[in-house]
Write a protein that binds this ligand. Structure first.
Ligand SMILES: [Zn+2]
Length: 123
């Protein structure tokens, strides 16, 4: 027979905490950075990319090798925050793959030149 019920939470505190609208930790789907001035839309939906990655994604230049320098997953040998560097990394990787015994050396280097020409034309 308990007439007095102990209230653990007042409804006002739950409302002040923001409810369950905002996830506790949001991170970029691409570079896993958690701090960004603005969240942007990506392939996984709105507000799934950080500002830097979102801008790249919008312009069609969000390659796996692109990563903001502030990203916790940034590896200087594998990533760059410069698009030109990203292209260089990609070309080197494809050349290394070709040197490792893949048969399409000619087509790879030809594609690389096309890619470079394309980049230089844009920038
Ligand atoms: Zn990002």
């Amino acid at each position: 027979m308990t007439q007095k019920k102990k209230k653990k939470r007042k409804s006002s505190t739950a409302a002040a905490a923001g409810g369950d609208e905002a996830p506790p930790v949001r991170k970029c789907m691409h570079c896993e950075i958690q701090k960004t001035p603005q969240w942007r839309a990506g392939p996984m939906g709105p507000k799934t990319l950080c500002n830097a990655c979102g801008v790249r994604y919008k312009s069609g230049r969000l390659f796996p090798e692109y990563r903001p320098a502030a990203s916790p997953t940034f590896v200087p040998a594998l990533h760059s925050n410069s698009h030109k560097k990203v292209v260089e990394i990609r070309i080197k990787a494809s050349q290394r793959a070709a040197a490792a015994g893949l048969p399409s050396l000619e087509s790879v280097s030809k594609d690389s030149c096309d890619l470079l020409a394309y980049i230089r034309g844009r920038e």
